[in-house]
Design a protein around this ligand. Structure first.
Ligand SMILES: [Zn+2]
Ligand SMILES: [Zn+2]
Length: 402
């Protein structure tokens, strides 16, 4: 006979409560998935979160932070410090192609990054924390809008979230379908890239395509500029500095026979340090101006600083790794991986408070989850207990009841 009581629980001391909430949390996740809302339009999602938090009996519900953002605060049975657990709640402007029963009912909108799953896991965590209150201090459950480029994290911080919910540390989590279910990666240092956007217009005297010498060719100018920008990472930055400069948009006139007076290129810069960001922006400006001058055009430059890089501080990375180990075992937690060149606006919270942004593996053979930001993506509901267990173990570690 197998003595089950002596085998260590894979989900820690909250195993039974987590198992009990799994089906319910899966239903929430699929409901949110069926009703995706993009950045700052998460009104239904925000209302659903508030309704659930109220039903769970959390002590305070803060709204109006980052427009549609919500923070629920649960106090433990003893006094102590406050920590923040953060999820993103927004969807992407893309058409779903999964054909699943819970597929998006909103045309052109889709939860293709798993923020539906992140939200359901944090709701389940809130429910268990409000039931048990077996910790000393307070937990702020941060539901952040507009992660996918809108800067909801920045807005929540600017709206005074950390004044109203004075967290000592703040913690984030993202699913990773290309890593196996049951694993975590707690990376110290550079983890997610900073990202800026730019539009550069080359402007000059347009002309008839058959009379090119009567004006300037703004498209030819733009084309020369496009080929120069790769010299920035290749020749202006150290080979050990990870930076990408990509031009993904180019637009000239609307006719075969018109050389327009304007050609516009747009793209993104991704980086891990302020120095690399400053250097790249300066070089982009200089190259655009110089190429424009060489072709008798003018360069009108719109460079927008968007997200800073997400750099995990070392001490909190080690805490996150140890907490994840307590959930899935030492062999299933990695402290090394290549950083990701995607942006992540949890960086604004990490710049305000120490904490950690952990990756949770969700890939499994029996769940074809696709890749993040693809139309065939679906969050793996089998990972819900692991995410909830990580959050609860983190609370146990940081706010022990005795
Ligand atoms: Zn995403
Ligand atoms: Zn995401």
């Amino acid at each position: 006979m197998n003595d089950m009581s002596s085998s260590p629980s894979p989900l820690g001391r909250h195993q039974d409560r987590i198992a009990a909430v799994h089906a319910e949390a899966t239903a929430w996740r699929r409901d949110i998935h069926a009703h995706p809302e993009i950045g700052f339009e998460e009104h239904r999602t925000s209302a659903l979160i508030q309704e659930k938090l109220k039903a769970f009996g959390v002590d305070e519900i803060l709204t109006g932070l980052g427009r549609t953002g919500v923070v629920g605060i649960v106090h433990g049975k003893a006094k102590g410090k406050m920590i923040g657990l953060r999820t993103d709640i927004d969807a992407l402007p893309m058409q779903e192609r999964t054909g699943l029963p819970h597929a998006s009912t909103h045309p052109g909108k889709m939860h293709a990054c798993g923020h539906d799953g992140h939200t359901a896991m944090l709701l389940a965590t809130a429910k268990i924390l409000a039931e048990t209150r077996d910790f000393a201090g307070s937990v702020a459950l941060i539901f952040q809008p507009a992660e996918e480029g809108g800067g909801g994290g920045r807005e929540m911080v600017e709206d005074g979230m950390f004044d109203k919910a004075p967290c000592e540390t703040v913690w984030g989590l993202h699913n990773m379908p290309d890593q196996p279910l049951g694993t975590f990666t707690a990376l110290p240092g550079p983890t997610m890239a900073g990202i800026d956007y730019f539009d550069i217009a080359f402007e000059g005297q347009g002309t008839h395509a058959g009379v090119p010498h009567a004006g300037v060719d703004t498209v030819l100018t733009a084309a020369h500029f496009v080929t120069t920008v790769q010299s920035i990472p290749a020749r202006n930055l150290s080979p050990f500095e990870a930076v990408t400069v990509g031009i993904s948009m180019i637009k000239g006139s609307d006719a075969y026979v018109v050389m327009g007076d304007r050609a516009v290129v747009g793209g993104s810069v991704r980086f891990f340090s302020d120095a690399a960001r400053d250097k790249t922006e300066a070089r982009l400006r200089k190259l655009a101006g110089s190429v424009a001058e060489a072709f008798d055009c003018e360069a009108v430059i719109d460079y927008r600083r968007n997200y800073p890089p997400c750099i995990n501080p070392e001490a909190e990375a080690e805490i996150a790794a140890q907490v994840a180990e307590s959930v899935v075992g030492e062999a299933a937690v990695s402290r090394t991986a290549e950083p990701c060149m995607a942006g992540e606006d949890f960086a604004f919270m990490l710049n305000a408070r120490p904490g950690h942004y952990i990756w949770m593996g969700t890939g499994s053979d029996d769940h074809v989850s696709g890749r993040l930001h693809y139309p065939d993506y679906d969050f793996n509901d089998a990972s819900i207990p692991l995410g909830v267990a990580y959050w609860l173990a983190l609370v146990d570690r940081l706010l022990p009841a005795d």
